[in-house]
Design a protein. Structure first.
Length: 123
């Protein structure tokens, strides 16, 4: 095999495997949490081996500190504060802060636009 980037078919298979592993982790979390954590570890290894970004839907479902699968209500807390979603892992105490500034900007932009439209109607 040539040096450099892997073929697209290989990357597609790796993405499918990552997706399957996370779905299995979600399914087995209640009965076998250790197995779910192992699935997350395997998915992260695949992503690093093939140099693939973790899919967005799974990116926030594991702790990047202790590699545990996160299930809201059982081993993680989710809080909204200061325009951030704070996800706290209850196993290691690590906090993941995810800003939601785009949503706030969109809301602000809509209110300004509605104000401008209302002002034009009054004139």
């Amino acid at each position: 095999m040539k040096r450099g980037r892997r073929p697209k078919w290989m990357l597609k298979i790796a993405r499918e495997r990552i997706d399957i592993l996370f779905k299995l982790a979600e399914e087995f979390f209640e009965k076998h949490p250790e197995r779910a954590d192992r699935y997350v570890e395997m998915a992260r290894n695949i992503a690093t081996k093939y140099n693939i970004r973790m899919p967005g839907i799974w990116k926030r479902r594991f702790c990047k500190n202790c590699n545990k699968f996160l299930k809201p209500g059982s081993n993680c807390q989710i809080r909204l504060r200061d325009s951030c979603v704070a996800i706290k892992c209850l196993n290691c105490g690590n906090v993941i802060n995810i800003p939601y500034i785009k949503e706030r900007k969109d809301k602000r932009r809509k209110t300004i636009e509605s104000y401008i439209i209302k002002k034009r109607i009054d004139e």
